[in-house]
Design a protein around this ligand. Structure first.
Ligand code: NAD
Length: 499
């Protein structure tokens, strides 16, 4: 054994004795079903000859409750920065309270920008309506609404910032095409909602198109997310690799895994330039904890991906084929057990034992997998140099809390006009309500008042300070501002009509 595990409820887990070759990996047993499926997965990897030096860390619920609000201690970070390889069981994110999601924190802190989630159908051995399904979701993992920047701004309204960056889009789009190239995939599809979010999702789509042009041998296409998701749920065989922003990827990778057979089967690789983390896509399933019933397959297949990453494709191949043979032999956990299809229902540890018994075997009906002896992860793409534009300040959106009628609010706001800057419009939840609003429009207490520089007048930070000073003197309760810029003459802000 390379590292003595802290025991408590976990079985001490020996690994390959050849420590010279052993790859250090940080291991977290997680919460809920986590310890059971991690023990089962490590047992299979060990039996298959994995050369790993395990560094166990404590993260998750107990660490939150011990007072680390991030759910992770500094010792654990030290281990992660040392090994740069993380095998992680699911953890429970306490709901409510001030706790942040540790999963999101780890992914972002370690720069794990690509979340690769394959969903494969194992028909006829696992029931599915989509026997031909073999989809890989490449989810952007660091940006979007997962920045976790939220504010309550008025009595009525809270907001969550959706942040999308050009380097973030470039890295994930390029990763998706590099992944497709490395795995012999024919097509990369992008999903966004850029008919509504023209700037944020618009940037994701635009950069996808730019990157796609660098890969003429791979088909590319874009779908609006709503119809794309419907089509994925209906005919997943039409998709191959799908790249999408964080939130859509989170949702659709679960859908994808479930329609392929079970969320319990799907692994995930979180990849960055310096570190990588491997986990199941599902959570800690607390209701199933401690019963030895959970399916360890998602975490085990994540272990297969990790063994390729760690330069041990021989182990990955042995485990993956033995796992396929187990599935094919009908040895199934409760989530995929179906009378008439399955042979025997087993629990977590018996499933692991069944895989171990089959090490060295290959499936007879499902296609066996082969990992080339020199299989290694491809070079993680980086973003190109930053593009600087000619940025010009042309106005400001002043957000105001008010329960006054909009005509009165407009009158109050116009007191701040001074010839250099003019009130151009007021919107409520993105709908224009002044000038020329409709009485039918429902209004909250959260108003966006757009001031634009008067024609030919300069506008700068001093003008903004002057405007806000006049608004404060008039007793206006402004609660936030957004500057309006053009970039190379193009408006860098939405026009505010709503859709
Ligand atoms: P979940 O994925 O934990 O479980 C939902 C249901 O799916 C379970 O009740 C169970 O019926 C089934 N299921 C999930 N995994 C299974 C498995 N391996 N074998 C058999 N059945 C399985 O989702 P949830 O209940 O929404 O979340 C529970 C907790 O997990 C929450 O605290 C959540 O924040 C956390 N979570 C963690 C991760 C992670 O650590 N990466 C991911 C998602 C959710």
């Amino acid at each position: 054994m390379n590292v003595q595990l802290k025991s408590h409820d976990k079985e001490a887990m020996p690994m390959a004795t050849d420590t010279a070759e052993a790859v250090p990996v940080t291991v977290a047993y997680g919460d809920g079903i986590g310890p059971e499926i991690m023990n089962a997965s490590l047992k299979v990897l060990e039996a298959a000859g994995a050369r790993l030096a395990l560094e166990p860390i404590e993260i998750g619920e107990q660490v939150y409750l011990a007072g680390h609000s991030a759910g992770i201690s500094s010792d654990a970070w030290d281990s992660l920065r040392r090994t740069r390889l993380f095998y992680k069981a699911p953890i429970t994110t306490p709901q409510g309270g001030g706790y942040k999601s540790l999963n999101v924190t780890v992914r972002k802190t370690l720069g794990l920008f690509a979340n690769v989630r394959p969903s494969v159908a194992y028909a006829p051995f696992v029931a599915t309506r989509h026997p031909g399904m073999d989809v890989v979701v490449v989810r952007e993992n660091e940006e979007d609404l997962y920045a976790g920047i939220e504010h309550r701004q008025t009595d009525d309204v809270v907001q969550c910032l959706k942040l999308i960056s050009r380097p973030g889009c470039e890295k994930i789009a390029r990763y998706a095409f590099e992944y497709a190239k490395a795995h012999g995939r024919r097509k990369v599809t992008c999903f966004t909602k850029d008919n509504i979010m023209k700037l944020s999702d618009g940037l994701f789509h635009q950069v996808f198109d730019e990157v796609a042009a660098e890969y003429p041998d791979i088909v590319n296409e874009h779908w609006i997310i709503d119809i794309g998701a419907a089509k994925l749920a209906d005919t997943p065989e039409d998709f191959d690799v799908i790249v999408l922003p964080n939130l859509y990827g989170d949702v659709l990778s679960d859908v994808s895994a479930q329609i392929a057979g079970s969320v319990g089967l799907a692994p995930s690789a979180n990849i960055g330039a310096d570190c990588a983390m491997f986990e199941a896509i599902h959570g800690s399933a607390p209701r199933r904890a401690g019963q030895d019933v959970a399916n360890p397959s998602g975490l085990l297949l994540a272990g297969v991906m990790m063994m390729v990453h760690a330069g041990q494709p021989d182990v990955a191949q042995r485990v993956h084929n033995a796992w396929l043979k187990t599935i094919e032999d009908g040895i199934h956990t409760y989530d995929i057990f179906k009378p008439g299809i399955s042979e025997r229902q087993v629990g977590t540890s018996a499933f692991a034992d069944a895989v171990i018994t089959r090490l060295g075997e290959t499936p007879a009906k499902l296609p066996p997998v082969t990992y080339a002896a020199d299989a290694r992860p491809f070079t993680v793409p980086t973003a190109g140099p930053r593009r600087t534009a000619n940025k010009e300040l042309v106005g400001i959106d002043v957000f105001v809390q008010s329960t006054a009628p909009v005509t009165q609010l407009a009158g109050d706001m116009r007191h701040a006009d001074n010839g250099a800057v003019e009130l151009a419009m007021i919107t409520n939840r993105g709908v224009k309500v002044w000038p020329d609003g409709l009485p039918e429009t429902f209004c909250t207490d959260h108003w966006r008042c757009r001031f634009l520089a008067a024609s030919g007048q300069p506008f700068d930070h001093a003008a903004i300070v002057g405007l806000l000073t006049r608004l404060a003197e008039a007793g206006i309760d402004f609660i936030k501002t957004e500057h309006l810029y053009t970039f190379d003459g193009e408006p860098g802000y939405s026009l505010g009509q709503g859709q």
